[in-house]
Ligand binder design. Sequence first.
Ligand code: PEP
Ligand code: MG
Length: 608
Amino acid sequence: MSGGADTGAPAGRAASATVTVAGLATSRGFAAGPAFVYARDSALSVPEYAIPESAVAVEVDRYRAARAETRRQVEEMSAKFKTDSDGLASDILSNHLLLLDDPTANAAIERRISVEHLNAEAAVRRTADDFRAIFAKMRDPYLRERQRDVDDVESRLLAVLLDRGEFAFDRISEPVVVVADDLTPSETVTFPRDRILGFATNRGSTTSHVALLARALGIPAVVGLGNITSRVQAGDFLLLDGTNGTVTVNPDEPARVAFDDLVRRAGELRAQLEDRAPSAAAPAVRLCANAQPGVSLATLAAHGAQGIGLYRSEYLWLGGEADPSEDEQVAAYAEAARAAARLGDGARVVFRVLDIGGDKLQRGQRSHEANPFLGNRSIRFLLSHRDVFRTQLRAILRASVHGPSAVMYPMVATLQELREANAELAGTMEKLRREGVPFDAHIPHGVMIEVPSAALNADAFARECDFFSIGTNDLVQYTMAADRANERVSYLYQPANPAVIHLVDRTIRAARAAGIPVSVCGESASDPVLGVLWAGLGVTSLSMSAGYIPALRKTLQAVTADEARALADRVRGYGSSRTAAEIYADCRAFVVSKVPQFGELQSFFTAG
Ligand code: PEP
Ligand code: MG
């Protein structure tokens, strides 16, 4: 939960009227603060934010310097084209120079910076929009075409201002609520965490990676808001309610009072989640945290995490353009291993090897595959890039001497893939042994069950690995054939669908029969309603964003192992005769009967 300074709308521009937009609540909590509009709707990302009066002169200078640099670049090009035969190129470039020097355009841009307190990029974009609108109305086709000149000059200016298209997020100087169309994981990780109060995006779903990252960071987020970027202007004041999934733009007094009441009530309820003593009859389920590089591990103990059930190693790759070196990886993994050792008896960190691809791409990268979610991602990528795989396995093994560790393979679909991954692990161990490098020779290796074929063949997989972890985010996506990041099909994100439950049940039975532990580490683990069902079906641990552990603990404390099993038996008995909503409602009614105030707890502190 966070709060920011009320900077209000910038001087010189009237704030728009109060409006509340509803979306999907993806990361619980509340944020109040000025909007930072990050638009990526054209070739170049154009951030839009309000600048304080004290920064106006610097911003105007930044614009003038960018204009001078753009002028220099255009003149340089123009000199090269001077000798071309038809003179077309140099004509175009002279038009660009005329536009760059246009006194009306320059005055408009500088006025937007100094009077409206807009950042230079946004001032350029808006002025270019005005010019395009004027040219678009011209009858003369030649003049209408001048719009393209405006496009060109604008792109050149923005490229200079944005250091070739990459926006320096560290220019965000005060706490803001980020408003965007959508954010890629690599964009999300490059925002300065300490200045982000919340995320509000047009697109996205509850299991998209912005949502997961926001949860991991404890930053409230509402996604799938439709057209929030066109309703919000830089500097508008926002109330973001990540609990009910709403964003209120320029709130009036009653909206502010209602918001403050919610924040207060959440604080009161939080105090009730602190009791950590489990009852003897409660299901024996270890509650672990999902973690990743770049997100503080210091808070895990405070939430009562009993281990790190999923370490998303790919975030070491997502923040930059180059692969992390073996030593950089060792440093990050060793830190996590040490953090796991501090989480008490039996705690360990489960290092998931690079789960790249799908919507998780490196900075500036775009997928060239027609169906990236079905493409060369995760273990498929690693098995086709053995050097990357081997380096990562070496780094994990080297770090394993710093604390209890495990290795986990994502997206395994076939026994053959599992065998190849195991062979790489064994080969890497052998090499380290020969080199005399110490590592944990008994490091367990597990398989993520997130592809239906793996769930269906879990009995065979269980004989060739040490544990399972069920990734319900992807398992639901692939079972329901619904893109996990697409809000238009988010209604198909149904972990309680009988087909999904059947696969989860089958996986758990296979693990139990083979005597290996099995956890759920997808987001469904952080919903106590489903957590109780997974516990009843027999998981040995649940892993989730750390902030959701207390509500899970509270719920499991109130249920006995027998009751959870009985619930699971009842759900099994339904077979496929109930809808996901009916099964969920049944499980929820059970939890409500055991935990007074569950309704309120759920809305404030769970991911359900
Ligand atoms: C999952 O798919 O459920 C999972 C935990 O992995 P990720 O969300 O990182 O794909
Ligand atoms: Mg997954």
